[in-house]
Write a protein that binds this ligand. Structure first.
Ligand SMILES: [Zn+2]
Ligand SMILES: [Zn+2]
Length: 406
């Protein structure tokens, strides 16, 4: 790949041909990925066309209609692939919270490729960057810095956010098969969409009672399911730092939300996760449901993965103390309110602050002042936790590995 060229600014034609080439080869960066990363945020309209087509194709439902089988296929593929987003892109490639073999790792990358959220290495690089710069101006998708809309969907269309900086994910970049999948990240989605189309054609011929066909299954099973999957995932970027409660006083504004947990199979416990990133579960306590963790636990019993990392007792104790203090503070506040005659509890009081937070985040998008919690000293992110994760790659399974007791 050519080294950085000191040309002042690429011509429009060059930018377009570069973007078109990047549809096929994501690593095509004539001026170097590092230079591209330093550019100001700017939507790359040509590069982003496949993403636009993904959304527009959903309207084809007007022509292909629907059937119960097609709709249920879309629902099933949403959850199967949301599991891949959280259990593979996030909890394996980004944080290495469990281990697998090299072949198992490749299988996981293929599975995660069907989510159409670019390659696992691109995903992991940007996510680790988020943890290092959470709610700082460098954070690519902080709603406090960039506003709600940009943190939800805008940042993924920005030219500077397309390259993968392999120098920051050396633990993953040492596997050429993963780099290859990451480079040609449209290959798995195209094969996946083709398989759905062919399945629909076969069902029309051999199971006409289902009332589906190739185009209909393609629109529901691929385009609609994938578009909803993207927005479900993006809710974590745009809303998990706005909506919910803060158990841990992390130095960002991450929050725990049960609603986001339902949408994302467990990723809603985002404040927990920002406090301690190296454990397999995001729901730290038994009452914090975490379907992704349950799925990974099941997979560990098959031998495909192992070494699920538990939540340290010190973190559990810290959370229990925080919950205790929060409930005492809430009880005394309620008592004070009752004594003042302000007993006007309404569920709206829970909803309105979230709407307000989203509106404020959008209106103050250019304000890079990051809100810091005033309730006590912030807990700095322990970078050794991330480093610990980076060294956890296991190209081959350890002899006699056994199901973990995470
Ligand atoms: Zn976050
Ligand atoms: Zn994370």
């Amino acid at each position: 790949m050519p080294e950085s060229i000191s040309a002042p600014r690429p011509s429009l034609l060059r930018r377009i041909t570069t973007a078109l080439t990047q549809w096929i080869d994501s690593d095509h960066c004539p001026d170097g990925a590092e230079k591209m990363r330093t550019e100001p945020d700017r939507v790359d309209l040509v590069r982003v066309m496949p993403f636009v087509v993904l959304h527009l194709a959903c309207f084809a439902v007007i022509w292909v209609g629907w059937s119960p089988f097609a709709v249920w296929t879309a629902v099933a593929l949403y959850f199967i692939r949301m599991f891949a987003v959280t259990g593979i892109h996030h909890r394996y490639f980004s944080h290495k919270t469990y281990s697998t073999s090299r072949a198992g790792q490749f299988f996981l990358a293929l599975w995660a490729g069907t989510t159409v959220q670019r390659g696992s290495l691109w995903w992991a690089y940007h996510h680790r960057h988020h943890h290092q710069h959470s709610d700082d101006p460098e954070d690519a998708h902080s709603p406090h810095v960039h506003g709600f809309v940009w943190s939800h969907i805008g940042w993924i269309t920005s030219r500077r956010n397309f390259p993968t900086d392999y120098s920051k994910i050396k633990d993953l970049a040492k596997f050429p098969e993963l780099v290859w999948l990451n480079r040609f990240d449209l290959l798995v989605p195209i094969l996946f969409a083709t398989a759905i189309l062919l399945t629909g054609i076969a069902l029309e011929a051999y199971a006409p009672g289902l009332g589906t066909n190739g185009p209909q299954l393609l629109v529901w099973g691929f385009f609609i399911s994938t578009t909803v999957l993207f927005h479900g995932t993006a809710c974590i970027n745009s809303m998990a730092h706005l909506m919910g409660k803060r158990r841990f006083k992390t130095d960002d504004d991450s929050r725990n939300s049960f609603i986001l947990t339902l949408i994302t199979l467990g990723e809603g416990w985002h404040n927990n996760h920002h406090r301690f990133q190296s454990c397999t579960r995001n729901g730290f306590y038994w009452w914090e449901i975490d379907p992704t963790y349950y799925g990974l636990k099941l997979m560990s019993w098959t031998g495909l993965i192992w070494g699920l990392k538990p939540v340290p007792q010190s973190i559990l104790d810290e959370g229990a103390h925080a919950d205790h203090h929060a409930s005492v503070a809430a009880a005394s506040a309620e008592r004070a309110a009752n004594q003042a005659g302000a007993n006007d509890y309404s569920s709206l009081r829970r909803i309105v602050p979230v709407a307000t937070a989203m509106a404020v985040a959008t209106a103050t998008a250019s304000n890079v002042v990051v809100p810091k919690k005033a309730e006590g000293p912030a807990i700095r992110k322990d970078l050794s936790e991330e480093a610990h994760g980076l060294n956890a790659a296991q190209p081959t399974p350890p002899p006699g590995h056994q199901p973990p007791s995470a």
